[in-house]
Design a protein around this ligand. Structure first.
Ligand code: NDP
Length: 479
């Protein structure tokens, strides 16, 4: 019998007699389970319960909340293997191997979840005296927003949910989470386990498609919205939030450029470029989606990358030796297939490796390198969000910088080369929330992360991330 997975309100599983939706294994096309769909009344109840639980949680001492977050890390560690298996089955990331050979797969995602918990437990935002003289003293304290709506995507379902949930809880908020309908089972399993160490109602989850997310963000009791996903949906959410002046953090799509300078060593940078582009089959907001390589080393870089691409085993995510899995869902698979086919049919590029979907079942698409493409080609200008890397040859560094900056997105970017002065100088000219030097996508729980332009606004991680899930209260005292 197909298992049914229920959502969680106030620490209780809810979902009997609800309509269900199917969750598919993207490697096989098989049904993994049925997930209960939250009704508008369920969403309203989740917010009510969160609102009721929040003052008690906020009243606990900062240290007590930090201890609880540490318990979440320990709980994730104890359950890492079973949750990683759900991520591999449902999201499609390979487990990632064991020991020194580990690659960034499902086990890596679980380790990142623990690391974010531990770092958030170790940080705090103390009250700050910002001004004092003989006449007055001004202190800034941080207050929770109340109930935070967290909307998470399907690419890193557990890690991104943790990025949203944990800072929010740390600062004394309660949370109602809406995972993607494609990756609801792993998320429900994780929240069920985490909720066991939290007071009831502090962390709730409601499942369903975009309409459930829309009902959640429209609830007038929501104090702040955290959203990670597409620019189109982010824009819709921002419009709803604007009507009630509800603050949002929007972490949206990117189309990150990497600029390889003439003095870069192709062999030395190849592995960094490979993972920068293909981590999670390219389904990562901040990964290299346009690679600009100087003419003098273009062929050598392409050759190094294609050797790596050909050596990486693509297949069953549950097999220990697999390095790359399927594309996560049909919509994404069709988008990638269309972009590559159009490029080839219009004679706009040369496929160096990959290029055609692999025979089914499952949404398997090979790692693909395309050369000979230019700015303006759809495969360069549109965020393909898949295992495809368009490589663009350039002549002058200023041209590459202009190309990198010409789109209206600005999540991440990177520059690769040996001269620290030149790489730093190019980095300072690239328009993105984070510019990496000789690495790409290397996010860290202590380092603020967020987009510019239409890649979103607000930051996550570190002390800035904690501030973003709390509101300031200034206490101004006349002496
Ligand atoms: P969406 O932005 O539609 O999905 C992200 C989350 O928002 C999901 O939980 C989704 O639910 C939910 N959602 C959808 N509509 C609404 C709404 N009106 N109100 C509130 N929540 C809503 O992304 P897609 O899955 O459609 O992916 C499309 C593209 O977005 C990708 O091709 C990629 O370019 C980009 N993307 C970027 C990500 C990032 O990390 N920045 C992550 C994922 C996608 P549900 O999935 O159930 O519909």
């Amino acid at each position: 019998m197909t298992p049914q997975f229920n959502f969680l309100i106030g620490g209780r599983a809810v979902g009997d007699a609800r309509e269900c939706f199917a969750v598919i294994n993207p490697s096989t096309g098989e049904l993994l389970g049925e997930v209960a769909k939250a009704s508008p009344a369920d969403v309203a109840e989740a917010v009510r319960v969160a609102q009721q639980a929040q003052p008690g949680w906020a009243a606990r001492s900062d240290q007590e909340r930090a201890e609880t977050i540490r318990l979440l890390a320990a709980t994730l560690r104890d359950n890492a293997e079973q949750l990683a298996a759900w991520v591999a089955r449902e999201q499609g990331k390979p487990l990632g191997g064991l020991g020194p050979e580990t690659v960034p797969g499902a086990r890596f995602e679980l380790s990142a979840c623990q690391a974010w918990c531990e770092v958030n437990a170790s940080l705090s935002v103390p009250h700050e005296v910002v001004f004092e003289d003989q006449t007055r003293r001004d202190e800034v304290m941080r207050e929770p927003y109340g109930v935070i709506a967290a909307i998470a995507p399907w690419n890193w379902p557990l890690m991104i949910a943790i990025w949203q949930i944990v800072p929010a809880l740390r600062m004394g908020n309660a949370v109602v989470l809406k995972p993607s309908e494609y990756t609801s089972i792993a998320t429900l399993e994780m929240v069920r386990i985490l909720a066991q160490v939290l007071p009831p109602g502090v962390l709730n989850v409601v499942t369903g498609a975009g309409d459930v997310g829309a009902a959640l963000v429209q609830d007038p009791r929501i104090g702040k919205i955290l959203f990670t996903g597409s620019t189109a949906t982010g824009s819709r959410i921002a419009a709803i939030a604007a009507q009630r002046i509800v603050p949002t953090t929007l972490e949206l799509g990117g189309n990150d450029a990497a600029v390889v300078l003439p003095d870069a060593d192709p062999q030395a940078i190849a592995m960094g470029l490979f993972w920068g582009a293909f981590i999670n089959m390219g389904q990562t907001c901040a990964c290299i989606k346009r690679l600009y390589v100087h003419d003098s080393i273009h062929d050598a870089v392409v050759s190094e990358l294609s050797d790596l691409v050909r050596a990486m085993p693509v297949g069953d995510p549950l097999a220990e030796g697999t390095v790359m899995g399927p594309i996560q869902n049909r919509m994404q698979f069709d988008k990638v297939t269309r972009l590559v086919r159009d490029t080839v049919q219009q004679g706009r590029g040369r496929v160096v490796c990959g290029g055609e979907p692999l025979p089914g079942p499952g949404y398997f698409f090979p790692l693909t390198l395309i050369t000979g493409v230019r700015d303006g080609d759809a495969i360069v200008d549109e965020e393909q969000f898949g295992p495809v890397l368009p490589i663009i040859r350039y002549d002058k560094v200023e041209e590459a910088i202009a190309s990198a900056n010409r789109l209206d997105l600005g999540l991440g970017a990177s520059v690769w080369g040996q001269d620290p002065v030149q790489t730093r100088q190019v980095a300072s000219q690239l328009q993105a929330g984070t510019v990496w030097v000789n690495q790409h996508g290397a996010v860290h729980p202590m380092v603020p992360f967020g987009g510019t332009k239409r890649s979103g606004w607000g930051v996550e991680f570190g002390v800035d991330g904690l501030k973003s899930v709390s509101t300031q209260r200034v206490i101004s005292i006349r002496k």
